[in-house]
Design a protein around this ligand. Structure first.
Ligand code: HEM
Length: 187
């Protein structure tokens, strides 16, 4: 997504350069740059928004199921015991009732106010409730650090002719992979 939106790519690179120091790869060994660490995470706010928006459009867990043990009532609906129900992150995350221009990749939509106003479970890449993902804090940490580590040094361009199609298996995957050309960033 970053490679498709040059304005996002620029903001991401600008934040990473200002937090971690600009690319100063004069000797070809990258030893002058600071490797991102946990302490940098609170400062990498745009990077976090990029990850958040990516998981909105392409939630790795795109649907979850539950077996209904007892009759259950939701508004006017009765879900009889013995049913299986599916709750889809993909469907909710693309719903225009919650996300203006839902197909648009817009990390800036994730202001504090937007997050506070968003109804519960209109964004749930990590599930929720008693079976919510125990790895969620770790996943945010590693996701932000991986994006920062890569984007600090590289610009990524989609290889020409790369076919993009979703493969909704247990997790959501790119059916034909996602080959990218990495170009070393200059300071
Ligand atoms: C982007 C990364 C991740 C995503 C999108 C994700 C998503 C999810 C979701 C949606 C569930 C709930 C499934 C359900 O209720 O049916 C879940 C559960 C779980 N996740 Fe993650 N997860 C991620 C990373 C991780 C990591 C890094 C760990 C461990 C270090 C982890 C460990 C678990 C465990 C153990 C459960 C089961 C919790 C339970 O049933 O009590 N996940 N995850």
């Amino acid at each position: 997504m970053v490679s498709q939106y040059p304005d996002v790519e620029k903001k991401l690179h600008d934040e990473i350069d200002s937090v971690l120091g600009a690319n100063d790869d004069t000797n070809g060994h990258d030893d002058s740059k600071k490797i991102p660490t946990v302490d940098d995470i609170p400062k990498l706010q745009y990077t976090e928004k990029v990850l958040r928006e990516s998981m909105r459009l392409y939630p790795p867990v795109w649907t979850m199921g539950r077996y209904v043990e007892n009759d259950y009532y939701v508004g006017e609906y009765t879900i009889p015991a013995g049913s299986s129900i599916l709750m889809s992150q993909y469907v909710m995350h693309h719903d225009p009732r919650y996300y203006e221009e839902p197909e648009h990749f817009n990390p800036d939509r994730w202001t504090t106010k937007f997050k506070t106003d968003l109804p519960r479970f209109s964004y749930f890449p990590f599930g929720g409730g008693i079976r919510g993902c125990v790895g969620e804090p770790f996943a945010w940490m590693e996701g932000i650090l991986i994006i920062a580590t890569i984007a600090q040094k590289w610009t990524m361009h989609l290889v020409p002719g790369q076919r993009i199609k979703l493969d909704p298996a247990i997790t959501l995957r790119p059916k034909y992979g996602m080959k990218m050309k990495l170009i070393r960033r200059k300071s």
